[in-house]
Write a protein that binds this ligand. Sequence first.
Ligand SMILES: [Zn+2]
Length: 199
Amino acid sequence: MDEDDFADDGQLGRDAILPGISEGEIVVIRSTRRKKNISAYRAGGRIVVSIPARMSKADERAMVPEMVAKIRAQEAAITMSESALATRIDELLLQLAPEITIRPAMVGWRAMRERWGSCTSVDRTIRISDRLKGAPATALDYVLFHEAIHLEISDHGERFKAILARFPQAEVASAYLDGYEAAETALAMPNELKKLLNK
Ligand SMILES: [Zn+2]
């Protein structure tokens, strides 16, 4: 039907990126390597949908929203609600630092690229980077516990370190967080994708 919209393979390199739809967080990549299947994944806060280069525009319009809905449903299933985050902080403090009796007034997810979490002790607000949605429980717990200690102790001094050291799997959690950051740097977006997103 939409034959004239087919990509001209002769003009394309491997995985060439053609102008697709890019509505805020959604990026469509037409891949010449991809023959049939369509895949979608979360990358750096965006949902990337990879489709075969030859897929018609009509099929793209039909398939892409379906794939995006699937990713969002998966994420909703594994993402802790904000009240669940607050409950988890309460559990961690009771278990590991019962001397801290302050509780956050607000715990929320926030799009943060530079930090894993933040704590504003004045209004007792804790923010957790949405990069931790779907992270292993240990990594999320570690960040929650770190920020929760800040309710009582604002710096990273000896007292802070002594309490944080009670976290049972700090090394495993740190390894995940460091690995995630290393991967983010290594997989920095290719220039073509940046251009597409900045249009
Ligand atoms: Zn800190």
